[in-house]
Design a protein around this ligand. Sequence first.
Ligand code: ATP
Length: 291
Amino acid sequence: MKIMMKAPAKINLTLDVLNKRPDGFHEVEMIMTNVDLADRIELEMLPKDEIRILSHNRFVPDDSRNLAYQAAKLLKDRYQIKSGVSITIEKVIPVAAGLAGGSSDAAATLKGLNRLWDIGLSLDELAELGAEIGSDVSFCVYGGTALAKGRGEKIQKLPPPPNCWVVLAKPTIGVSTAEVYKNLKLQGINHPDTAAMIEAIKNQDYEQMCASMGNVLESVTLKLYPEVAQIKEQMERFGADAVLMSGSGPTVFGLIQHDSRMHRVYNGLRGFCEQVYAVRLLGEGEGEPIA
Ligand code: ATP
């Protein structure tokens, strides 16, 4: 028995940090939305009691460090599943990029194994389990567009944003999320207007959506990694309507409405950056098996 799942990347239309909590986590408020750039996860039941990870990407761990492995282990332990699974990850989403690739793989694994092993959990229950794996996994379980609060695990669904092109460019550097948070000074930061972004999405107001984008981690990462600032400038110069870094970076994305301008930005960026993608916003959550 086999199931194929799509695990899409996310971008942050907003990312705000409200404070640091006594447990060490930051209290965040962020609006995330899926883009049409996805890993493919194949789940195949094994008679032997083991979790096997297969991936051709050398940056993807093939052991218990893999978030998809952790998702399978969590379900096996919690629901006393005796059969095993082989998880093949066809990696498309750049790794350690601020696009929640690992979290999305974990979410797709939770949803797929819920079917394969016939556990019968609701989406809410899967999202709650996902929060035990990582802060972004709950969002990835629902997919689509949402406001995430708490440490990222409290999800309020939002309607799909006005559709447009998204050009993504990832410089060839790895960014440590922990280092970015360590360098964030909470006093005097320029908070994005989350309420204005929610209004823009609800009103399908593309201009207001572009004007309301903001990420408090951006200035920290730009200072630590000047390559990211350069890519941001290039994307603005080639004519993207709005440009922002996703998550803690280093991926920078530009929103663009017109096809011709998308081609200009995409082709322009390819001269500077190896990993460049032009995709659409997904808007709605997916999550049903694709085969
Ligand atoms: P986020 O946006 O949630 O902070 P990210 O996009 O920055 O995540 P990931 O691509 O999820 O980062 O990878 C971060 C690290 O997690 C990688 O360096 C890798 O070692 C580890 N990892 C664990 N599982 C996976 C997976 N399934 N795919 C990719 N990386 C994984």
